[in-house]
Design a protein around this ligand. Structure first.
Ligand code: ATR
Length: 270
């Protein structure tokens, strides 16, 4: 795994637990790679015959130029977090969005087909998620962002594949009553500003699904308040575990031991 910084990542603990559970002799380890060393690091990995690489901040976009192939959806998202080395051919994938959607479906049992989904935020995290949500054939996707232009631009990029529109986050009260799922992809509510919420939770209709990508804290204020309103809530840990699970599945061809991975991360968070 390469990134800058890298020291606090929970991925090594999660993947090493998974490798052990699968009986695979191997090791997953973090390597600090600065932007100026990215190209040489990738060619060295290729020479050494590494099977896979995870890529994190700030390399998810820049790494693409050093790869031999980019999977279609990673190309559309414009970022890669997982590289597979197949006999010296490096292919880039993005498992963040698909990991998120698998976790949302597994944990809440929601069927997204025909649903109305509100995505709060239009940053890098939102991109992967919108790409994966679009595959589920929802009735509509609405992106709400503080900077409306970023949401408009994102809606423009995906309008050929899904019914999608953009609004400023101040206007969510106009559309919330029609939503089935609300997803926070912004950093609002993340440690240490844990009392903040991306929108007023009082506006959320009772009984819908509310999801937050943040996993520190495991249950954000936004989720706590939504739960009090009778909503089904879904936290960010599942996305982290499932993006790792998809990566592991690409590398090994074996089903990932998801519960082992989740337990390993939870233990390391304590
Ligand atoms: P990431 O890659 O994690 O998504 P990002 O690209 O910096 O990070 O995006 C952060 C998102 O959180 C953006 O949608 C940002 O809104 P802007 O596009 O208007 O900047 C949103 N965000 C962060 N802090 C915010 C705040 N205090 N109020 C409203 N939105 C905020």
């Amino acid at each position: 795994m390469i990134g800058d910084p890298i020291a606090h990542s929970k991925s090594p603990v999660m993947h090493n637990a998974a490798l052990e559970a699968l009986g695979i002799e191997g090791e997953y380890f973090p390597l600090h790679v600065s932007p100026e060393d990215l190209g040489s690091a990738i060619s060295r990995f290729k020479e050494l015959g590494f099977r896979g690489i995870n890529v994190t901040i700030p390399h998810k976009v820049d790494v693409m130029k050093y790869l031999d192939q980019i999977d279609d959806s990673a190309a559309r998202i414009g970022a890669v977090n997982t590289i597979v080395n197949e006999n010296g051919i490096l292919t880039g994938y993005n498992t963040d969005g698909i990991g998120y959607v698998r976790s949302l479906k597994d944990e809440t049992h929601v069927d997204l087909l025909g649903k109305s989904i509100l995505v709060l935020g239009a940053g890098g995290a939102a991109r992967g998620i919108i790409s994966a949500l679009a595959q589920e054939d929802p009735k509509t996707l609405i992106i709400a962002n503080r900077t409306e232009d970023k949401a408009i631009q994102m809606a423009e990029e995906w309008k050929s594949v899904v019914n999608i529109s953009a609004i400023t986050i101040d206007k969510v009260s106009d559309i919330l009553a029609d939503m089935d799922v609300v997803i926070n992809t912004t950093s609002i509510g993340m440690h240490p500003n844990t009392s903040h919420t991306p929108i007023d939770p009082e506006l959320i209709p009772a009984g819908i699904i509310v999801s937050d990508l943040i996993y520190n804290p495991l249950t954000t204020e936004f989720l706590k308040k939504s739960h009090e309103r009778g909503c089904t809530i879904h936290g960010g840990l599942g996305m982290f575990v499932n993006q790792g699970a998809y990566a592991l599945e690409f590398w090994t061809g074996m089903p990932a031991p998801i519960e082992t991975m989740r337990t390993a991360v939870l233990k390391s968070l304590q």
